[in-house]
Design a binder for this molecule. Structure first.
Ligand code: PLP
Length: 419
């Protein structure tokens, strides 16, 4: 077995557990994660950080299942959160507050209070009004808030426009040209302590060069900000490293991390702590979505394979026209046909894959690959579809790490008007 999800005796397995058995036991649609794969990708980051003050803050939003976060917490990870809900998850998964950074463009005062009381490592702040609010909130609590500005280095990450975040036109971050002045404002606020600088230039980035460009721009700014009297203890280079969905070629995680650390060190900033905030590259290829073919529907123009997973389970194809490889769990020898793999939701956008050559019979199981990141976390109850169960495989064992939702649970919070 080479991959976390590979064929053994003609059937796809997650580590040593057959996906066909999992579908029998737990039903479909079903998210399946591999503990070994999670530990493998985290280990690649951690190993490349060895011997350097550098750390990994797992982006909770990519996959926020408690068991997944707990695997990372046990390995020593920090976390990057974007809401009070994610803060709660990270803590419950065993994170230490001192290893949590709080990102996001719209933090509420309540969220700030919670995070301040808990004592997070740093707030990644994205605007002057947010600095004002954080300063006031910390003041009310008699605390000083550690802050880092999320600066927009205005580099092109060469990825999908929905997931590039570091351009001038983006809602994220402080404009590069305004960053120095914004740091000056922050330095004057009594209840803030400037501790770092941060950026996050996009997602599913397949090249190292945009990061090196971003690092160069950040370091230039660090020098200016320190000339103004502040101290920048850490540089947070954000997340965004891509994964292989189809035929992309990607730098190794270790090569990527070393390239960034080397650039920072050779530019004379080796004394500063470096933070990484990966999401997708940690979890994306550590998960699959298992689904069963309900019907085959041949057509004049297209053949459809209607499966029991839908856009509410995996939104990325509908949302970004994203490609996910789709493989039969038990490949057949008959000759394949070309199918669109679609779900039962009442939307034409409800597809998981297009023009896929597959040999299928009704009842067959399919594994939608690379579903560990932005999969379950983006799922919804559209069409009153209970959300899928999540399983974590660990060697020969399979653990239910989130039970399948029931329709009863979906209706529980709703009431009709009095008679
Ligand atoms: C989404 C996000 C990440 C993680 O991005 P990936 O592409 O999943 O690695 C990291 N930092 C911030 C601020 C984010 O918004």
């Amino acid at each position: 077995m080479s991959l976390p999800f590979d064929l053994i005796d003609g059937t796809l397995h997650a580590e040593h557990v057959s996906l066909a058995d999992l579908a029998e036991r737990f039903g479909t649609p079903l998210y399946v994660y591999s503990r070994a794969a999670l530990e493998g990708s985290y280990g690649a980051y951690a190993k490349a950080c060895e011997g350097r003050r550098a750390s990994v803050h797992v982006a909770v939003k990519a996959n926020s299942n408690l068991a997944v976060l707990n695997v990372f917490a046990r390995a020593g990870a920090g976390f990057d959160i974007v809401s009070a809900g994610e803060l709660e998850r990270a803590l419950k998964a065993g994170a230490s507050p001192a290893k949590i950074v709080f990102s996001g463009v719209g933090k509420t005062a309540d969220e700030m209070r919670t995070a301040l009381r808990i004592g997070v490592k740093c707030f990644n702040v994205e605007s002057i009004p947010e600095l004002d609010r954080l300063n006031a909130t910390a003041g009310e609590l008699g605390l000083r808030a550690p802050v880092s500005l999320r600066v927009n280095p205005n580099v092109d990450p060469k990825t999908h426009p929905y997931i590039s975040t570091g351009l001038k036109s983006s809602k994220f971050g402080v404009a590069y040209d305004e960053a120095r002045a914004t740091y000056r404002s922050a330095a004057q606020m009594a209840h803030l302590e400037v501790v770092g600088i941060d950026c996050h230039i996009g997602s599913q980035i397949t090249e190292i060069s945009p990061y090196l460009d971003a690092v160069d721009k950040l370091l230039e700014l660090v020098e200016q900000v320190e000339a103004d009297g502040a101290t920048i203890r850490h540089i947070d280079v954000g997340g965004g490293l891509g994964i292989r969905y189809n035929d992309e070629t990607l730098p190794d995680i270790g090569v990527f991390v070393r390239a960034i650390l080397d650039r920072i060190d050779t530019r004379g900033h080796g004394h500063r702590e470096v933070l990484f905030e990966p999401g997708r590259s940690l979890v994306g290829n550590a998960g699959v979505l298992l689904t069963r073919v309900e019907y085959l529907k041949p057509g004049e123009v297209k053949n459809f394979a209607i499966v029991d997973a839908a856009m509410n389970d995996l939104a990325r194809p509908a949302m970004y026209q994203a490609y996910h490889a789709i493989d039969p769990v038990s490949p057949r020898t008959m000759s394949p046909k070309v199918y669109d793999i679609v779900g039962p939701v009442c939307e034409s956008g409800d597809w998981l894959g297009r023009d896929r050559s597959l040999a299928l019979e009704p009842g067959d199981l399919l594994a939608v690959r690379s579903a560990g990141a932005y999969g379950f976390v983006m799922s919804s109850n559209y069409n009153t579809r209970p959300r899928a169960a999540e399983i974590m495989v660990d060697g020969h064992q399979a653990h239910v790490v989130r039970a399948r939702e029931t329709v009863e649970q979906l209706l529980a919070g709703e009431t009709i008007l009095p008679a």
